[in-house]
Write a protein that binds this ligand. Structure first.
Ligand code: ADP
Ligand code: ASP
Ligand code: MG
Length: 411
């Protein structure tokens, strides 16, 4: 039997009625002749609530217990989905990560999938089970502890299962009907795309478009998984949603395909660090060891043998970044006169494979933002993206102005 993976996000399993609705879609695919692996998230809001419990109990928590707690929301929805399917006479059972077992590294809170043995689930399919309902977001470490894959990780569970089982397709059901030119909650003129290239989706995801977890796109690209994003609320349509596909399948060639915004960014500056070989390694080594996701880096011109070093990182990592830099200063590894932090910035990024062959995109972006009176704090570019840091209060204005200027509402 061909295998299909169907993933339902938090809003798609938020109530018993919604679980029933999702189960009906699963039942339809079973009737279409598939063995189905359903991956579920926790009910919407549930994971945030569990994270809150952890922080309120222990601010410097043991990451192993964090994972034991925050992974539990998915256990509930997996069981409920299996029961709902059974009520519809569809043979189904639930699987928690450790039961599969979905083996991961021991990096608690951000574990990476290492292996998904297929024999247990395949044996059940052979016995007549039609649906394996898998709790997303969770796995088991080599030490036998429960791990989680980072926020939004159920997307990655789904794609990894699709790769392991050679699934015909991996359908990601969510609360929007596809991938848009930008977050439709920020710009109501955002346009749904029929197709988007893996490389572009990878950039959009890593730059803040949370519709897919970055790692899920990486895996789909590496293993050639046919990946589709679609709404769990709309009527059934076999051609619905957005297909994430190889670049060659995209015909239109606009310079910019999409805009991502990430609000939870902070800008940090080390003032007056010695301008000598090895200084960048001495700063960013300890930050990497502390698990800080440093993104944009700018080094100022040198003055009197000293320079300022600026970088961006997620807002919730600022305290840890500060602690790591202060410790490095104390141990004599680096020297700086001041550590400045601007915690209220947002990163706005233009993404498009067309940028490889078309020039002038950066100049136009800067002009549009300057016309709106938005100051650029840091700029970074790569082959298919341009990112700027701006004051967070300008997020909507910047996205809307750029969306207009690059005519993203038009095909
Ligand atoms: P789920 O709970 O189903 O995993 P998420 O909340 O993680 O859903 O992701 C869906 C959300 O992603 C949408 O509601 C939308 O606001 C946001 N989003 C951000 N950028 C985009 C984009 N370019 N296209 C579609 N949705 C986007
Ligand atoms: N429930 C987890 C989260 O909210 C995983 C997911 O939904 O993908 O991050
Ligand atoms: Mg998600």
């Amino acid at each position: 039997m061909p295998v299909l993976v169907m993933k339902f996000g938090g809003t798609s399993v938020a109530t018993l009625d919604k679980i029933k609705r999702a189960a009906k879609r699963v039942g339809r695919e079973v009737a279409n002749g598939y063995d189905v692996i359903v991956v579920v998230s926790a009910m919407s809001g549930e994971t945030n609530k569990l994270v809150g419990y952890v922080n309120d109990t222990s601010p410097m928590y043991d990451a192993r217990e964090y994972d034991a707690i925050v992974s539990s929301g998915e256990n509930v929805t997996a069981g409920l989905m299996a029961l709902t399917l059974q009520e519809m006479d569809v043979p189904a059972r639930s699987w928690q990560g450790w039961q599969v077992p979905l083996k991961t590294t021991s990096a608690h809170g951000a574990a990476r999938i290492e292996e998904i043995p297929t024999d247990n689930i395949t044996a059940k399919f052979d016995e007549g089970m039609k649906v394996a309902v898998v709790a997303g977001f969770q796995g088991i470490s080599p030490e036998g502890r429960i791990t989680t894959l980072g926020r939004g990780g159920s997307d990655t569970t789904a794609v990894a299962f699709a790769a392991a089982f050679g699934a015909e397709r991996c359908d990601i059901y969510t609360d929007v009907d596809g991938v848009y030119t930008t977050d439709p909650r920020i710009e109501n003129k955002a346009r749904k795309m029929e197709k988007i290239a893996f490389e572009e989706m990878l950039e959009l995801a890593s730059l803040g478009a949370k519709v897919l977890q970055t790692r899920s796109v990486e895996l789909a690209m590496r293993y050639g998984v046919k990946l589709r994003v679609l709404s769990s609320f709309e009527e059934y349509d076999p051609n619905a949603g957005t297909l994430i596909c190889a670049e060659e399948e995209i015909v239109e060639n606009q310079p910019v395909s999409g805009i991502a915004a990430s609000r939870e960014e902070a800008k940090m500056t080390l003032v007056a660090v010695a301008d000598r070989p090895g200084i960048a390694a001495a700063i960013f080594g300890p930050l990497a060891e502390a698990g800080i996701n440093v993104d944009m880096i700018v080094q100022n011109i040198s003055d009197n043998g000293e320079t300022d070093m600026t970088f961006s990182c997620p807002t919730d990592q600022v305290a840890r970044a500060k602690a790591a830099l202060d410790a490095a200063k104390e141990s004599g590894g680096i020297n700086f006169s001041e550590l400045l932090c601007d915690p209220d910035v947002a990163k706005i990024s233009l993404v498009g494979i067309g940028m490889r062959s078309q020039s002038g995109v950066a100049a136009k972006m800067f002009e549009v933002l300057s016309k709106e009176g938005i100051n650029l704090k840091v700029i970074a570019t790569s082959e298919i993206k341009i990112s700027v840091l701006v004051d967070r209060k300008y997020t909507e204005l910047a996205v809307q102005a750029l969306h207009d200027a690059f005519n993203l509402d038009q095909v």
